[in-house]
Every structure is written in structure tokens, then in C-alpha cells.
Design a protein around this ligand. Structure first.
Ligand code: MG
Ligand code: ZN
Length: 194
């Protein structure tokens, strides 16, 4: 079985903008490509799992989202990085067209996207990681059976501020994505630290 790093997109890999809806808005954060390259070199599959309720809300179409992800792949390919899987949740429980307005199992904190990637790529979730900047990323990782790392980029600082003391004590966090890659590449940590 394979092992993977599940990657939140906005605020983790690229600069957070409210409802990114144009490929031109996509800006990789410093050190992200290099951190992904190091993980790939060490046999970690790279799987992007992203909530895109902007689709349900009519802010962007599936076609535009596909263009954005094509551009993300292109920016990373320029740095020698290939993403193994990109999955998105287009739904929202309260907003949008009837087809997309639903309480789905793929909108993080639900683990559906991670479970789908695991089925597609034969991933051992217990040996895998989730990296993100929001509490729902951490929870999706935990629900899927992965360990999770909070990054300080995007909404990460705000996420940390909002945590209870006991949550912070059991948290694994890193200033940014390259720091998260360092933690993952440093090897096993005890389960209670994740
Ligand atoms: Mg995010
Ligand atoms: Zn969904």
C-alpha cells in the first residue's frame, strides 16, 4: 500500500484569496514546490483535497475550477513536481443549486475526499498525513485515520488562536508548508502527538 500527504489547497499551497475563481489569482506560497518535491522523492503520494463551495454558490464553474487546477499542475510542473490526485467538494449544505446544495460526505471536516483518494490510489491512511490551515482540515485528517499538521499560513494563525489549550497541546504545527514537510520527513511521531 502507498502512503500519502493530503494537501489542503488555499492557504496551504497557494495564497488564500476569498473564493479563488480565476487561474491568474493562483500564487504558490514560498517553498511549497520545493517541499512537495522533497516529499515526492521520499515516496509520498501528493493528493490535494479542497472544499470549493464556490461551485455550489455559482461563483465559479466546474470548467473554471478545472482550469485553475490545470494551472496549479503547470506551476508545479515547472518546479519538477507532479500532483498524484486532486479532488474537490463542490457542495454546500445551505447554499447553491439544488443538485449541489447537500450535506455531503466530501466537504471537509468530513473525510470523503481522503477516502476516495485512498480507494483510487491504494493508500494506507494510518501511514498518511493531512496538512492544512483550518480546523476542518485537521478534523478531516483525523476522521480518515491520518495524522494532521496545521500550517501557520493562510488562516492558520487564526485557527491556532481559536483553539482551546488542550487542543494546542496535542497539535502538530509548522510555520508553513516547507516546515510541515520537514516534520513528515523527520519520521515517526507518537500517535498522541498527532
Ligand atoms: Mg485552506
Ligand atoms: Zn461534497
Amino acid at each position: 500500500m502507498n502512503r500519502a500527504v493530503f494537501l489542503d489547497r488555499d492557504g496551504t499551497l497557494n495564497r488564500e484569496v476569498n473564493y479563488l475563481a480565476d487561474p491568474a489569482q493562483l500564487e504558490l506560497l514560498p517553498g511549497v514546490a520545493e517541499g512537495l518535491a522533497r516529499l515526492a522523492q521520499n515516496q509520498w503520494l501528493l493528493c490535494v483535497v479542497t472544499n470549493q463551495s464556490g461551485v455550489a454558490r455559482g461563483i465559479l464553474s466546474e470548467a473554471t475550477l478545472a482550469e485553475i487546477h490545470g494551472h496549479l499542475r503547470e506551476l508545479l510542473a515547472n518546479e519538477g513536481v507532479t500532483l498524484d490526485w486532486i479532488g474537490h467538494c463542490p457542495h454546500h449544505p445551505e447554499h447553491g443549486t439544488p443538485a449541489l446544495r447537500q450535506a455531503c460526505n466530501c466537504r471537509k471536516p468530513e473525510p470523503g475526499l481522503l477516502l476516495r483518494a485512498a480507494a483510487d490510489l491504494d493508500i494506507d491512511l494510518t501511514r498518511s498525513w493531512m496538512v492544512g490551515d483550518s480546523a476542518r482540515d485537521l478534523e478531516a485528517g483525523r476522521s480518515a485515520g491520518c495524522r494532521s499538521i496545521l500550517v501557520g499560513t493562510g488562516n492558520g494563525a487564526r485557527t491556532f488562536e481559536a483553539m482551546e489549550t488542550d487542543e494546542r497541546e496535542s497539535l502538530l504545527n509548522a510555520p508553513d508548508f516547507p516546515g510541515a514537510a520537514d516534520l513528515i520527513l523527520a519520521g515517526p511521531v507518537s500517535p498522541e502527538r498527532a
